[in-house]
Design a protein around this ligand. Structure first.
Ligand code: GLN
Length: 536
């Protein structure tokens, strides 16, 4: 039987439940246990695929094509293991399942209610993961903050699970904030006392408190929290602000979070956590020998979370190269003619980000023209690759009205066009081309050298593609299609001959970069940027 750990949040949002869950999972994994993490999101959208990045940050895509919360990216980056559809469940999905069952007559004669029908469906979603794989421990992060109306059914399902399985099989970690009042020069425990009370009202006594704080919590504070919140004093865990999220597993190790969890779950495990690779990564991350500046040209730059996986991929690739990567966000809408040179001339590399719609496209095209003409390393992802194709057809091959039909539906030269199987789709939500597809790389290409293999598989999230009606023209130009999907012949990778590093990919490499296996294309791009800087 699997053991269950639930992570709830108190006092405020954005405390980093995902990071704490990932750090704990990492420690348990490093002791030889098989662990996975699941996220419950309390909103009504069936998945976050229909949410604007401004609302909810990046939409993360799994191997099996689920559009999910960005916390799943953290789970994968920490655990170096893939997640799937079952790892992210929303209230929308829960209700959709129950309502569909009701229409099918599954509850015939019964009144369908939050308790037991919605809570049963929540509990089923927790145990579904166990059917997928033989996990020792399933960690479930409950989105939102205790006290929200939206979280109530999840907390009720959790209460029921603890009643059914017992507390030694079903543990609750409450992540909370201990604010520091500078006027009083004191850390304050009252908000936590209130949020634990709130949790108690739903019938749940937390087993462990993880306390986010800017300053170390003293023995007195620990004792006070223990007394008022009814937890063991050694179950009060300090989670002090860290220099990087990747320090958190080691901070949690120091606070013995893993040991406390194992003891409470009555799991016998005498293994010393094997964190050698993790510590080596941290060593490289913190002792860079070089530094590069990379422009991230996108339109959601106001919000760092919108490009979360790209930022993290640069952290991994930077460490691999012992190179500090400074990411300079550049808003594509601000890139007008004279601005382009001013913004990009001091960059060692330029990444043009994924995106949707027409806003900011011209700035992206201008940025690409500039880096192409000035031999600055370029990496285009998804929309970034599509823009590279459009720019090349317009400015090098002289096809003046070349465009993507996403931007100009009436163009006579649709070098990027809606995929065939997308033409009949009008519904939004899970209808893009999603998840892992194969790609075959041409031997000798930059990407082939980076991967060290011709056969790769990468994750996708798009509706438009390179229009193969222009394939001959592309092949006879210097912008070479060097990566092709072997099944449907879709162009996946383009590279510019004669340029030191000019690479566009239709897929999303950033979704597969982890601490323990940094993505080869990010690693090679950072290296190219560093070489370029040296050559300047
Ligand atoms: N908007 C483009 C498409 O749908 C690119 C998508 C993306 O960058 N993820 O094909």
């Amino acid at each position: 039987m699997a053991k269950y750990i639930f992570v709830t949040g108190g006092v405020t949002s954005s405390l980093g439940k995902g990071i704490i869950a990932s750090a704990l999972a990492k420690l348990l994994q490093s002791r030889g246990l098989k662990v996975t993490i699941q996220k419950f999101d309390p909103y009504i959208n069936v998945d976050p695929g229909t949410l604007n990045p401004y609302e909810h940050g990046e939409c993360y895509v799994t191997e099996d094509g689920a559009e999910t919360d960005l916390d799943l990216g953290h789970y994968e980056r920490f655990l170096n293991a893939a997640t799937s559809q079952g790892n992210n469940v929303t209230t929308g999905r829960i209700y959709q399942t129950v309502i569909n069952k009701e229409r099918e007559g599954a509850y015939l004669g019964k009144t369908v209610q939050i308790i037991p029908h919605i809570t049963d469906e929540i509990k089923r979603r927790v145990s579904l993961l166990k059917e997928e794989e033989d996990y020792d421990i399933i960690i479930t992060e409950i989105g939102g903050t205790v006290g929200d109306i939206e979280s109530l059914p999840y907390l009720e399902a959790l209460r029921q699970m603890r009643r059914e399985y017992g507390r030694e099989n079903c543990l609750v970690i409450h992540l909370t904030l201990i604010p520091y009042l500078s006027a009083a020069k004191e850390l304050k425990t009252k908000p936590t006392q209130h949020s634990v009370k709130e949790l108690l009202q739903t019938g749940i006594q937390p087993d462990i408190l993880v306390c986010r704080c800017e300053r170390p919590i003293t023995k007195e504070i620990r004792e006070k929290l223990s007394l008022f919140c009814n937890v063991d004093v050694n179950s009060v865990i300090e989670a002090i602000d860290a220099e990087t999220i990747y320090d958190v597993p080691l901070l949690m190790l120091k606070e013995k979070l893993d040991k406390t969890v194992l003891k409470k779950l009555k799991i016998k495990n005498k293994v010393t956590p094997d964190l050698v690779a993790w510590k080596e990564f941290l060593g490289r991350l913190k002792n860079p020998t070089r530094e590069v500046k990379i422009a991230l040209v996108g339109k959601y730059n106001e919000l760092q979370d919108a490009y979360k996986s790209i930022h993290e991929s640069f952290v991994h690739a930077g460490a691999e190269n012992e190179c500090k990567v400074i990411i300079v966000p550049i808003h594509s809408e601000a890139l007008q003619n004279s601005e382009v040179e001013k913004s990009l001339k001091n960059m060692d590399g330029v990444l043009v980000a994924p995106g949707f719609g027409e806003r900011g496209i011209e700035g992206k095209l201008e940025a690409i023209r500039y880096v192409r003409e000035n031999n600055i390393p370029f990496f285009g992802i998804c929309l970034g690759m599509q823009c590279a194709v459009v720019e090349y057809f317009r400015n090098v091959l002289g096809v003046k009205d070349a465009a993507s039909t996403e931007v100009n539906p009436k163009t006579k030269s649709p070098v990027i066009d809606l995929m065939m199987d997308q033409k009949s789709i009008s519904k939004k939500g899970g209808t893009m081309r999603l998840g892992a597809y194969k790609c075959k790389l041409q031997r000798g290409s930059l990407s082939y050298k980076a991967y060290g293999s011709a056969d790769i598989s990468e994750r996708h999230r798009h509706r438009y593609e390179f229009n193969n009606a222009y394939l001959d023209q592309l092949k006879s130009s210097d912008l070479k299609p060097v990566g092709i999907n072997p099944d449907n012949k879709l162009v996946e990778v383009v590279e510019l001959k004669g340029h030191p590093y000019f690479l566009g990919v239709q897929y999303h490499p950033e979704l597969k970069s982890t601490v323990e296996s940094p993505h080869p294309l990010f690693v090679s791009f950072v290296k190219a940027a560093s070489d370029y800087k040296m050559s300047k």
